[in-house]
Design a protein around this ligand. Structure first.
Ligand SMILES: Cc1cc2nc3c(=O)[nH]c(=O)nc-3n(C[C@H](O)[C@H](O)[C@H](O)COP(=O)(O)OP(=O)(O)OC[C@H]3O[C@@H](n4cnc5c(N)ncnc54)[C@H](O)[C@@H]3O)c2cc1C
Length: 257
């Protein structure tokens, strides 16, 4: 059965990185007053290509729910059909989509969280952060939240200002951005995200992060990891956490490829 399509209109377009050709795109859905979704979900954008074939691609929503709006963070992929279509859109132009979809959402009850992302995998993490730390107040004062963001170069640190300000304002939000191909002058973190995740785990004082001792009750966890990005990164982080004794249910992930 064909899915019901909605029309999204581009309101604002912001170039996040010229070298990486990454754009922040803000859409409204004029036909409705509210577009409800869970932070972490994606929309499926739909368009017809030059050969007349319908193409569909998933894009994580990079914002928390707000009226009839949603925001995306899209990287131009060389020769790619949909990423170029979206990055070439100008304000006022429209694209069709269906959704929201997906199970990459915060598990309840909320525990401490480690958000692990590379590249545009930062999109759903921004949605989580906006939801957990709204402009006024804080939904998770008694929880520790780490964002470990890996990218190659300084020019590819998307939403750096937003996350740095959030970390300044909320002592329970910790922002770690690590570059894998940093220039010599870079004084921040270097290397792969999994190494910094390992440091976080070591630093947690009570040391309990696995399943509760075996009982008839469902396992209780005191921390979850949420991982988003390309398959290699997701798998290596996931494998490492499972090797450390984490239960598979503690590791929530979204793969882009
Ligand atoms: C759940 C989900 C959420 C996603 N969210 C986002 C998002 O928030 N932002 C975003 O930019 N992308 C996201 N993606 C990836 C997106 O769906 C597309 O795959 C991507 O934009 C490329 O589509 P395209 O039509 O431009 O390329 P295509 O025409 O499909 O492919 C062209 C070439 O690029 C290669 N390629 C395909 N995808 C990628 C990629 N991601 N990186 C590098 N090379 C690629 C292909 O192997 C092919 O050789 C998400 C994917 C999934 C599954």
């Amino acid at each position: 059965m064909a899915r019901q399509l909605s029309t999204a209109q581009l309101e604002t377009k912001l170039l996040l990185s010229d070298p990486a050709q990454c754009y922040h795109l803000e859409f409204s859905v004029p036909e409705i007053d509210a577009f409800p979704f869970k932070p972490g979900q994606f929309v499926s954008a739909v368009a017809t290509d030059a050969a007349g074939k319908q193409q569909t691609r998933a894009y994580s929503i990079a914002s928390a729910p707000r009226q009839n709006r949603f925001e995306l963070c899209v990287n131009r992929v060389e020769g790619g059909f949909f990423s170029n279509l979206l990055c070439d859109l100008e304000p006022g132009q429209t694209v069709q989509f269906h959704g929201p979809h997906g199970l990459f959402t915060l598990r309840e009850p909320l525990t401490d969280c480690i958000f692990i992302a590379t590249g545009t995998g930062i999109a759903p993490m921004r949605a989580f952060a906006q939801h957990l730390f709204p402009e006024s107040g804080d939904c998770c004062r008694d929880r520790q939240v780490w964002l470990v963001y890996g990218t190659r170069y300084e020019t590819e640190m998307y939403y750096q200002d937003y996350f740095e300000k959030l970390a300044e304002k909320h002592p329970n939000f910790h922002y770690l951005c690590s570059l894998s191909r940093a220039q010599e002058a870079w004084t921040g973190l270097r290397g792969y995200v999994q190494d910094h995740v390992a440091e976080i785990l070591k630093s947690r004082s009570n040391g309990f992060h696995g399943a509760a001792p075996p009982t008839a009750e469902p396992a209780a966890f005191d921390i979850h990891a949420y991982i988003c990005g390309l398959n290699n990164m997701v798998s290596s982080n996931r494998d490492r956490l499972v090797e450390e004794g984490w239960h598979k249910k503690q590791v929530v992930f979204e793969r882009y490829d």
